[in-house]
Design a protein around this ligand. Structure first.
Ligand SMILES: C[S@@+](CC[C@H](N)C(=O)[O-])C[C@H]1O[C@@H](n2cnc3c(N)ncnc32)[C@H](O)[C@@H]1O
Length: 211
């Protein structure tokens, strides 16, 4: 993706999440019940110096390991404002910053773990974001992802393609991303994929950087 296109799409993504921030948790109340055990499972593998990208309103804070240092970044300041309030309420010592996973400001090989839940469905240039995770994670570290993807089934998959532009406008997320393929194309080494949720449309991906 060219630099001007990425900048415009990133600005649009930020604006969408700032707009939906006040209702984000409310609208996701039902689906969150099924996501809770998946979040817990993903976080059980996180260690050491951790970066959580696309931290959103802080739904993962309850699962942060007690002895780890976690830095959370997000594009949208209105999502971050809610995350700050949740961190205060739960007394979670997370360090929160505005940031873009496509252009991280951290030095290479900074983190033991990078983690993202329901984020690479909305990052405008997912390959670039995944390559940035590859860069900032130490060679023996882990990249842990949980995301919904396009269902690989002719009719439903096509329907997801047709509805995608509308969903992106309303809710910020692409419903037809091929995230496993994106992780492979970004050059990361996939160690494990679990197929969860209805029709296996939620993927829990454990990957290692490829240095
Ligand atoms: C669907 S929400 C998920 C929030 C949270 N991870 C969760 O599980 O509830 C997607 C989040 O990713 C953030 N995001 C999208 N693109 C991003 C980028 N390029 N860099 C950092 N955050 C981004 C959005 O602002 C939003 O807060």
């Amino acid at each position: 993706m060219s630099q001007p296109t990425m900048a415009a799409e990133t600005a649009a993504t930020r604006a969408r999440y700032n707009r939906i921030a006040p209702v984000y948790d409310l609208i996701e109340t039902l689906s969150e019940q099924s996501f809770k055990p998946m979040r817990e499972k993903l976080w059980s593998q996180a260690r050491g110096e951790i970066i959580e990208v696309g931290v959103g309103t802080g739904k993962n804070f309850a699962y942060h390991p007690r002895n780890a240092h976690v830095i959370g970044i997000d594009l949208a300041d209105q999502m971050l404002a809610r995350a700050r309030e949740r961190a205060r309420q739960l007394d979670v010592p997370v360090e929160l910053r505005e940031g873009d996973v496509q252009q991280l400001t951290f030095a290479s090989n900074t983190f033991d773990t990078a983690l993202a839940t329901c984020v690479f469905c909305s990052v405008p240039d997912p390959l670039r974001g995944l390559q940035e995770l590859n860069r900032v994670v130490k060679p023996n570290g882990k990249i842990l992802l949980l995301d919904h993807v396009r269902i690989d089934q002719p009719i439903i998959g096509r329907l997801m393609d047709v509805l995608n532009p509308l969903v992106v406008r309303l809710w910020g997320a692409n419903i037809n991303r091929r995230t496993i393929e994106n992780v492979q194309r970004a050059g990361l080494c996939i160690e494990q994929v679990e197929h969860l949720g209805p029709m296996g449309m939620v993927k829990l991906i454990v990957a290692r950087p490829n240095k």
